[in-house]
Every structure is written in C-alpha cells, then in structure tokens.
Design a protein around this ligand. Structure first.
Ligand code: ATP
Ligand code: MG
Length: 512
C-alpha cells in the first residue's frame, strides 16, 4: 500500500515541476533568464541544490556551462567539456542520459568544476541531452539525493522532458534573435534611404544633357524596366539610380545598393542571394541576400562591370526567372525586384573582350542612360558651385562666397573626377576660408591647369589629350590608394601599359 502512495506522490511532484518549467518558458523572452529560472524551480520544487545547463559553443568546439545553480563563478568558469569528455561530454556526444552515484569515489566523475567538496555524499549525478529535433545542442545536469532507485528513474524521465522543453525554447530564441538582427538591418537600410530621399530633387543642372537626362529618368521611373547607367566616376550615376527608385511606384519599398567591385568575389554571391545556416564554414545562421531584402523595391548593382563571370550567369537567371536560391538551399524564392545597374567602365568593350556576358549586357541594357562627364556640360558648373556652396555653408555654419574669377577658373578646369571632385573642392574651400575666395586661393592643380590654358603657347590637341590621360591616371591611382594593379583595372590598362604611362608622365607614386 505504502509503495503505491509513494509513487503517486512522486508523480504529482514531477508533473508539478514540468508544469512550473513550462510556465517559466511561457512568460520568458530571454533564454538566459529562462534557464536561470528553471534551475531555481528545480531547487524550490525538487531540492536540487546543484544544477547547470551547458551549451555547445562552436567557436571553442566545446560545451560550456551557460547557467548554473549553486555553483560559484570560479566553478562555472571551469565548466568546459569537450565532446565525449566526462559525463557531460559523453551525454552530448551520444544523446543518452547518464546516471552516476558514489560521486566521492567514482572515477567516472571527473569533477572538472571541482564541486566534489560541496557534496554530502548521497547525491546522484544525472545528465540529459538538451535536444532540438534530432540535434543535441547542450546538456542539463543535476546533483540530487534521490530516495529510491525508482525515484531516480522518474527523475531521468522528468529531466528528459525538461531537456526537450529547453531545446525547443533554445531554437525559438535563436530564430527570434536572427529575425531581430534581420529586422535591425532592414531598419538601418530604410533609415539610411529616408535620409537621402531629398536627393531626388537634388539633381542640379541646366545643360541640355541634364535636362534630357531628367526627362528620361521620369519616363523610366514610371516603368519597371531594367536600367543600365554608364558614365565616368563621379558623374552622378548613383544619384540617378536613387532618383529613379524614389520617383517610381516602388518608392516606399527598399532601395538596396550593392557595390560589386567592393565586395570580395567569394562573398558577393552570398551577399546577393543569401545563405542557409551551414552553407559554408562560418555560416552559423542563415541570412537573407540583397535580392530578398530588396523585395518589392529596387536593387542597385553598382560597378556591375566588375561582377565575376560566374555570378553574371546567376544574375541572368534571376533576371529571367525572377526567383533566387539561397546558398546551401534547394528552395526557390520568388522575388519582385527592379534592377538598376551602373558602371564607369566601357561595358561594351568588356563584352567584346569576353569579360562580360553579352546576353546579360542586352538584358540589363533595356534602357541605357549615359551620364556625360562634367567637362562636356560646363554650363552646369556655376549652378553646381552655387548648390554646393549653399549645402556646405549651411553644414559648417559659414558664409563663404567665390569671386567671379574663382568661378571662372572652376569652369575652365576639366574635372577628371567630375561632380564628386567639384563637390569636394567646394567643401574644402568652405572649410578652409572665410568671406570671399579669390582665384588665387584655389587649389594648385586647378591654378596650374588655368596657367596651361592661358600659357603663351596654346596647347595642341595631342598635348591636351595627354594632359587628360595623365589626370585620369593620377585620379585612378588616388582612388585605389596607389595600388597599381587596381588602378590599371579601373583604367582598362594592363599593368605594363600603366607602368609605361606612369614613367612617361613622370607620375609620383605615393606610398601609404
Ligand atoms: N546633377 C547633380 N546635382 C547635384 N549633385 C550631384 C549631381 N550629380 C552628382 N552629384 C553629387 O556628386 C557626388 C557624386 O555622385 P554619384 O555618387 O552619384 O556619382 P557616381 O557616378 O555614382 O560615381 P562612382 O562611379 O564613383 O560611383 C554625389 O555627392 C552626388 O550627390
Ligand atoms: Mg556610384
């Protein structure tokens, strides 16, 4: 009779524990807090004075005590178990619970945390796996004095249930954490874009070239076609891409930029298409690619001319099928994304040289937009100067003006870096000067250019071409931090051709 009563009361007790743990999990939002509360519950409802949960940490390739009850900080720190090491490591490896008695003398008990001295001697050590589906992610271990063998069996069963509950919560939490990070990233992108929205109307210019361009921008914004923007560096390609997006019906959806030249070839694919957890070493979580992030909106593929051929094939497929596959996944995801691409390279030449796929070129080039260099639309210079003076005066709280002859020199200069160079020049003048900037206050290279133009011997055409070429090389070198191989690539020269020209023009190579 007594045996039966005993068993009954034990069952009730264990059900209560499972129930309490479930309650803890249902009100918890945080894995760490939840585990802490669970271990506390084991103490209050089940007299477990020592317990811990160890979780596998991939970066140290071992299990580590994540939360413990009854352990000192020092003891917790010592709680690191390799796969298969000691009882905890073994449970992690096999997924089978282990029970150990006679802890004071049992050699199987490694006492890694050195809690042996705290034990009274009648405790049993029970360790069970923390499971997520078929995967084991950690181990739940307790030290408890059980009253009978039967109660140990019940105890293991109870702990196995807790291990599963903890595992489920672990997984849920991981998902929530991934989603939170993704959400943060999306929020950041949206915020960035919001800041730049005003730039839609920021296209300044009065030349026929710019006025035509604005007409084209408005027309293509009303459609969903792919656009390829070409033009030298700094002419406003990125700005135009943004303007098209923000004038289109997709304006409230994301505008996502990816610079195909800035990202290492090996990472570009993952950036574009995303990946699943475990797709490659280091892929600890899964991640959405830019195409998925841009869903409903626009993706801007900057420096498309630098996209490796292997990815060009994949991109072509996305453009045709409007669906992507994350790395390491078979699943096909439908995406509704408008593509705008830009390059400062002669892309048609790249096609002829076999560095850019012809089929992709035609696919992208549905509406070509060419942005002419600033030196071919000099009538825009005074307006741009005025625009940037206003911008930077207000940014720096100043009232800098330019004298008419200073403006004249700026109009004469040939601006190899186009509008970006003009913008930087004006910003520097605003920072460096007070009141009115005179012609002589302009940077030396602009003055030198003017002197050349005004020089007694008029520059003949070949010399003019050479001067432009020299400036282009210097600019490319500046842009690439004087890494010659990259500058050569940017200019479309071989390294030898670039070296030859560096010597010919006596260009000084700065070392950083
Ligand atoms: N028409 C314009 N009116 C006002 N600002 C302009 C204009 N065109 C370009 N800008 C400004 O000049 C700078 C360079 O433009 P942008 O970055 O769009 O050039 P880009 O052609 O994309 O250059 P890169 O090839 O180096 O990427 C930006 O700060 C942009 O706001
Ligand atoms: Mg750009």
């Amino acid at each position: 009779m007594e045996g039966i009563t005993d068993r009954r009361s034990l069952e009730t007790r264990e059900l209560t524990i499972v129930n309490e743990v479930a309650k803890v999990l249902s009100r918890s939002h945080n894995f760490e807090e939840a585990i802490k509360d669970i271990l506390k519950t084991l103490y209050s409802f089940w007299d477990v004075e020592l317990s811990f949960v160890a979780i596998f940490k991939p970066h140290i390739k071992a299990l580590q005590i994540f939360k413990a009850f009854g352990f000192s900080d020092e003891e917790i720190k010592r709680g690191i178990f390799k796969r298969g090491e000691g009882i905890t490591g073994k449970v992690f490896k096999t997924g089978v619970p282990v029970v150990l008695t006679d802890l004071r003398s049992n050699p199987a008990f490694l006492n890694k945390t050195r809690v042996r001295d705290k034990l009274r001697g009648d405790e049993t050590f029970v360790a069970v796996p923390v499971k997520v589906g078929g995967d084991i992610v950690g181990v739940l271990s307790i030290f408890k004095a059980f009253s009978s063998k039967e109660s140990i069996e019940r105890g293991i069963e109870t702990l196995m249930i807790l291990g599963t509950l903890i595992g489920m919560f672990y997984k849920l939490n991981e998902r929530m954490e991934i989603e939170r990070l993704e959400w943060e990233e999306e929020k950041k992108i949206l915020r960035e874009e919001l800041k730049r929205t005003y730039n839609i109307h920021g296209i300044v210019g009065q030349s026929d070239a710019i006025l035509n361009l604005i007409e084209v921008i408005k027309k293509v914004a009303a459609t969903d076609t792919t656009v390829l923007i070409t033009g030298e560096s700094g002419t406003g390609k990125s700005m135009i891409a943004k303007a098209i997006h923000f004038l289109s019906k997709r304006k409230d959806k994301p505008f996502i930029t990816i610079n195909c030249a800035a990202i290492p070839e090996t990472l570009l694919e993952a950036e574009l298409f995303g990946y699943e957890k475990g797709a490659f070493t280091g892929a600890h979580t899964s991640k959405k690619g830019k195409f998925e992030l841009a869903n409903g909106g626009t993706i801007f593929l900057d420096e498309i001319g630098d996209m490796p051929l292997s990815l060009q094939a994949k991109l072509l497929r996305v453009l045709q099928d409007k669906e992507i596959e994350r790395l390491g996944s078979e699943k096909v995801v439908k995406v509704d994304v408008r593509v705008i691409a830009a390059t400062n390279r002669d892309i048609y030449k790249l096609v002829q040289e076999g560095q850019f796929r012809e089929d992709l070129y035609y696919r992208l080039n549905v509406v070509p937009i060419h942005v002419p260099p600033l030196r071919d639309r000099k009538e825009d210079i005074p307006l741009l100067v005025e625009h940037f003076l206003q911008t930077y005066n207000s940014k720096y709280g100043k009232r800098v003006k330019l004298s008419p002859d200073a403006v004249e020199s700026l109009i004469e200069y040939n601006w190899p870096g186009n509008i970006r160079e003009l913008e930087n020049t004006v910003e520097r003048l605003v920072v460096m000067h007070e009141g009115t900037v005179r012609g002589v206050d302009l940077p030396p290279h602009i003055l030198a250019y003017r002197r050349k133009l005004l020089g007694s011997e008029p520059m003949d055409l070949p010399r003019k071409i050479q001067a432009t070429e020299r400036e282009k090389i210097v600019e490319a070198l500046e842009k690439t931090g004087y890494v010659k191989s990259r500058a050569a690539k940017l200019l479309g020269y071989t390294l030898r051709q670039l070296d030859y020209r560096i010597k010919k023009y006596g260009i000084e190579i700065k070392k950083y």
